[in-house]
Design a protein around this ligand. Structure first.
Ligand code: FA5
Length: 349
């Protein structure tokens, strides 16, 4: 049996060497290694040998089988791809198309906004998504147990302690998933001082029910400018520049008073709903307007927390709902699609 095995191995290797196409290779594989193949038959016969013979022949047979299987794989690799059945390589055939990834729509619009603000002399900053209660609330003039905390409920990280000690009010730990990009205002003021011009794009988190225009995870872009004699007209002109830069056409906006503890006065900017053309639909809660930006003049207490003298400097700040802006720009009627991971949706961009 040993001789027969070695003979068969040589025969198979010879035939493999002559194989000039995948079809021939498949035939050889069936002939020798298939269910009724010649090598398989020999391997089955091993069970009838004596215990002593089984030890030697069994080991040899397995080694031969593994070696041949590898040889088949290797030959397949050589024959597949550019060579056809006759072994002819057609170098003019087009290559295999590699599927390319692409940018997420939020990243596209974020990049556009960054370019726009860089051209106006703003710095682009980043900040932590897991933020201390202190930066997210307290330094923004929202002390523990203040009712304004209810406006932005969040995910509290149990047992974690932030850099400024425990300040989250009773039963709350000191690290939170940031509810807005505004905490970076304080971080930037402390790091760079005044004058200052920054934008901060980033992901934020809220513990709230979702609908067509609300998600629990979405993106914002914070913007702020601190200098001598900054007024609300600077804010309005920067917002106008931003919206016309993104929409590349005049957009209908509405400005109304708004309350945020970290600005005084505060305002909200709504954009006419692009999904229904202002007529009213589920995406704008049937109002014809979509709340897009919270803004105002930075509160003197916030400047103080940031180490800036509010007698010398003033500033404006705004928080743009980046994901809502993407909804309006691309005509997406449900905000939840952006984080859905649905490739049919994403491949349109
Ligand atoms: C804030 O987050 C303030 N930090 C904005 C601000 C910054 C005000 C600086 C003043 C000065 P508000 O919660 O309104 O505010 O959110 C700002 C924008 O984020 C909204 O106008 C809206 O466009 C978007 N937004 C708010 N909640 C959601 C949500 N659940 N899903 C999607 N977008 C949201």
């Amino acid at each position: 049996m040993k001789e027969r095995l070695l003979q068969l191995k040589q025969e198979i290797l010879d035939n493999l060497g002559k194989a000039n196409g995948l079809l021939v290779l498949r035939e050889l594989e069936t002939k020798y290694l298939g269910r009724k193949g010649e090598l398989t038959k020999i391997l089955r016969g091993i069970s009838e040998l004596s215990v002593e013979e089984k030890k030697h022949i069994g080991k040899l047979a397995n080694e031969i089988k593994t070696e041949l299987q590898n040889k088949f794989k290797e030959t397949e690799g050589l024959l597949s791809g550019s060579a056809n059945e006759a072994g002819f390589i057609d170098v003019t055939l087009p290559g295999k198309k590699i599927k390319q990834g692409h940018l997420h729509p939020i990243t596209i619009i974020q990049n556009e906004l960054e370019d726009l603000f860089l051209s106006m002399g703003f710095m682009v900053l980043d900040g932590p998504e897991l933020e201390s209660d202190y930066y997210n609330f307290e330094a923004l003039n929202i002390p523990g147990n203040h009712p304004a905390r209810d406006m932005q409920d969040t995910f509290y990280i149990e047992g974690a302690e932030g850099e400024e000690g425990k300040r989250g009010g009773e039963g709350k730990s000191d690290l939170v998933m940031r509810t807005h990009t505004s905490p970076v205002q304080i971080r930037a003021m402390r790091k760079y001082g005044a004058p200052l011009r920054c934008v901060v794009p980033g992901r934020v988190f809220r513990c709230e029910a979702t609908d067509a225009c609300h998600d629990t995870t979405f993106d914002q872009l914070e913007g702020f400018m601190i200098d001598k004699n900054i007024s609300i007209s600077n804010l309005i002109s920067v917002l106008k520049e931003m919206l016309s830069g993104i929409f590349k056409q005049e957009v209908k906006i509405r400005v109304r008073p708004g309350y945020f503890p970290f600005v005084e006065p505060g305002l909200e900017v709504d954009v006419s709903c692009a999904i229904c053309d202002g007529k009213g639909c589920p995406s704008c809660k049937h109002s014809g307007w979509l709340e897009m930006i919270g803004a105002g003049m930075i509160h003197p207490n916030v400047l103080k927390y940031g180490g800036i003298d509010s007698k010398e400097y003033s500033g404006f700040a705004f928080g743009l709902g980046l994901t809502r802006l993407a909804m309006m720009k691309y005509g997406i009627d449900d905000i939840r699609l952006f984080n859905s991971g649905d490739l049919k949706f994403l491949e349109q961009f």
